[in-house]
Write a protein that binds this ligand. Sequence first.
Ligand code: SF4
Length: 360
Amino acid sequence: MNYYIHVPFCASKCGYCVFYSESSPSEERIGSYFDKLFPQLERAGEGASTIYIGGGTPTLPDCGQLERFLKKVHTCLKPAEDAEISIEANPETLTPEKVKVLRRYVTRISTGVQSFFSEARTVLGRKCSQASLEKALALVAEAAFPHWNCDLIYAIPGRSIADWEKEFDILEKYPVDHLSCYSLTREEGAALYGSLLPDEDISADLEEITQKRLAERGIFRYEVSNYAFSGCECRHNVNVWRGGLLKGYGPSATGFDGRVRMTEPADLDAWLAGKEPEIDLISPQERLNEIFAVNLRTVAGWSRELWQQVPFCDSWQKRLALAHQTQQHFPGFFEITEESIRLTPGGLAFWDFVAEELLV
Ligand code: SF4
């Protein structure tokens, strides 16, 4: 089973972010979240093949709370010996003690750097001083986690192509094996929605540089925004993109039992009061189309064998027919054989449009 746990707290809200979280929570507030979460984890049942702890900022709670939480996750979700256990970490919150705790319980750390330059982070409305960023990354490097992801954001207004190249010069210092590089997007509801406008004119150039600089290091793109050494792809995400079963815990977390998607309320008080998750009532056909579209974001796309592993899947011939039909509206965007369906690099760049067509 794949598990996702949403920790809904952040020190402060970044200007571009629309993930559900509460800023500057009290210790009691964090305590009430854990008090509600733990009994739910105790009822989880199946052992974990992957666990993803995201947020919010899972590393915000103090060291004692963090250790109690991670111990509970291990006891209740019984990760398999080779399980992938990921945690998102905001560098600003890391201390030597917390990094030691994380190293004992997780196999993969994902550091939300976004930019190595404080000027760029300031534009993003992200509070993390240069000194605490550098100190945190040194601690993570020293701890030698089995896997290390770093998040970076491009197309930040006022940042040039040369500035983006410099991000990769600095990245070379750190032994990461996975990168998530996202173009800044303007999300309704974000604090800086009205004023933080992505620099779309240079977006394509920045993406090209990303691929080139990472490929020089042996790190290749395996999904629209994700890059890894071969064998270091995020297993949790890959499983979920392919329609794998998922149990979600915490406000705004999503679960999927093979037929139905359930989303917990994106409100801590409602979640604490026991409000039921929202059930996504779409037809099995629509659900399969959604899974089909989502995994086309990966460079490898679908093979017949992979598709047949999707819970309650329909026939591969049906998928081939759908791909051929969609291709007529997007010439040059698909590579289709009897055994595989994938998007070309041009198709990946316009995945949103292709997906829209697949979802009708
Ligand atoms: S980007 Fe991360 S740290 Fe910033 S507000 Fe969103 S969840 Fe919190």
